[in-house]
Write a protein that binds this ligand. Structure first.
Ligand code: IMP
Ligand code: MG
Length: 431
């Protein structure tokens, strides 16, 4: 197969980074196509930990091309910092290998200021955003006042638009949100530096990908966040501001419709969520603290503790269908060792009626009661297992049941944080 997309089926943090990093070995090009640095992929390679926020996971291999597609919103200063850090820690050479779409939008300091001021004003009703300005940047894109990377080429014109935006946003910050305005002083100089360093990376990424595919190269699309955070299909308004389902590969990545060969869904062996919003299988007992500690469930972007819950097969099944995904990688199975019994949510009860589908509105998820099936747990550590047959019987039974309920074919099982701690049953690039 030549084009594969990796998509999160839960609320993000499913361990996509690790799976993308593994598949990147067999790809030529790795593409991010939605979101911004609200995503954070944690990778452990040779004992060193890397957190990638904007640069696709292919960065850790010397020869892969990394593409940032037009569907992304990119904080240019954060991107430069990430490039520098990757260069320092992993000898990453961005020249020729990092392609940034002319049409990607820039996240500006006023976007971050607006995001944070709005959240502060919402108080208890806050979405729990990362505060990185993602929503306000997408708003400007749709309102047609956003700044795209292509505009850096004509700096005087870019500066005029930036000053115009700043004037308007500062009035909004001061008068409506009662927040501090953003200073223009250092910003223009900073953008000159951004121009100097990023202009060489600008690229017609859709054209580049079309050429790459004609050359027979393999392209890997790296999804960010998760299906339940999708702007249309997630638990709105407790969602992120981009399309997170696989169709974003076409709009945000520039792949023509029909050219995607496989969609690999990723799910954690249990569920987590950062930020507010409905979460039917959330665990509210001390078991949540135990799982959080064992699974290191703290946001990689914001370090917030993640909410923790049981595996929700109703939502995973919906996500697999929405994404057109038939194959599933399940991560962090090792974290469930020692938990007995383990539970899977197989249905919901809504006003006394049993449903195996989500209610008509995802927001109604806060009114459903999960129906659990309990399975016997296992005590053995899994981190050195590399074959499905080496797993304890109860762990295999858990996997089988979970896949049966989710309508998925299991192709990978994660048993630890590092690159090699994974059982691969099928590699979508090689099948
Ligand atoms: P925003 O994307 O910063 O606007 O945040 C909106 C919601 O999406 C918040 O609940 C965030 O915690 C959540 N979110 C955004 N990106 C991620 C991610 O990569 N993993 C998990 N949650 C995320
Ligand atoms: Mg993450």
């Amino acid at each position: 197969m030549k084009t594969v997309a990796v998509i999160g089926t839960q609320w993000g943090d499913e361990g996509k980074g690790k799976i993308v990093d593994l598949l990147a070995q067999d790809a030529d090009v790795v593409v991010r196509f939605q979101g911004g640095n609200n995503a954070a992929h944690t990778l452990v390679v040779d004992g060193a930990t890397f957190i990638l926020r904007l640069v696709p996971a292919g960065a850790l291999y010397p020869s892969k091309v990394c593409v940032i597609g037009p569907g992304m919103v990119v904080d240019p200063v954060a991107l430069l910092q990430e490039i520098d850090e990757l260069q320092r820690k992993a000898n990453f050479r961005a020249n020729g290998r990092l392609k940034l779409s002319y049409d990607a939008h820039m996240v500006m300091p006023y976007h971050r200021a607006i995001d944070r001021a709005r959240e502060a004003r919402l108080g208890k009703q806050a979405i729990g955003t990362t505060g990185f300005g993602i929503g306000p940047a997408y708003e400007d894109k749709v309102a047609r006042c956003g700044l795209r990377f292509s505009e850096l080429a004509d700096f005087p014109s870019f500066e005029r638009k930036l000053r115009r935006n700043l004037l308007e946003k500062n009035r909004y910050l001061k008068l409506v949100l009662k927040a501090k305005p953003v200073a223009v002083g250092g910003l223009i100089e900073q953008m000159r530096e951004v121009r100097r360093r990023l202009l060489p990376h600008l690229c017609d990424t859709a054209g580049y990908l079309a050429d790459a595919r004609e050359r027979g190269q393999r392209v890997l699309f790296e999804g960010a966040h998760g299906t339940m955070l999708d702007i249309d299909y997630g638990t709105y308004p407790f969602v992120t501001s981009s399309t997170c389902v696989s169709s974003a590969v076409f709009t945000g990545g520039g792949l023509p419709c029909g050219a995607l060969d496989a969609v690999l869904g990723i799910a954690k062996a249990y569920t987590t969520r950062v930020g507010a919003g409905p979460f039917p299988t959330e665990i509210k007992t001390r078991l949540a603290d135990q799982l959080r500690a064992k699974g290191a469930e703290y946001g990689s972007a914001t370090h917030r503790p993640r909410r923790v819950g049981w595996f929700d097969a109703v939502l995973t099944r919906r996500a697999m269908r929405l994404n057109g995904a038939s194959i599933l990688a399940l991560t962090k199975l090792d974290v469930l060792t020692g938990i007995d019994p383990v539970k899977i949510c197989v249905a919901y009860t809504v006003k006394g009626a049993r449903k195996t589908d989500v209610p008509y509105s995802m927001m109604r998820l806060d009114q459903v009661q999960p129906v659990y099936e309990e399975l016997p747990g296992w005590q053995e550590a899994l981190s050195d297992k590399r074959e499905l047959s080496q797993l304890p019987r109860n762990a295999r039974r858990y996997l089988e049941r979970l896949c049966e309920l989710s309508g998925a074919k299991l192709v990978m099982v994660g048993v630890g944080a590092s690159r090699e701690q994974i059982i691969v049953l099928e590699n979508p690039f090689l099948s």
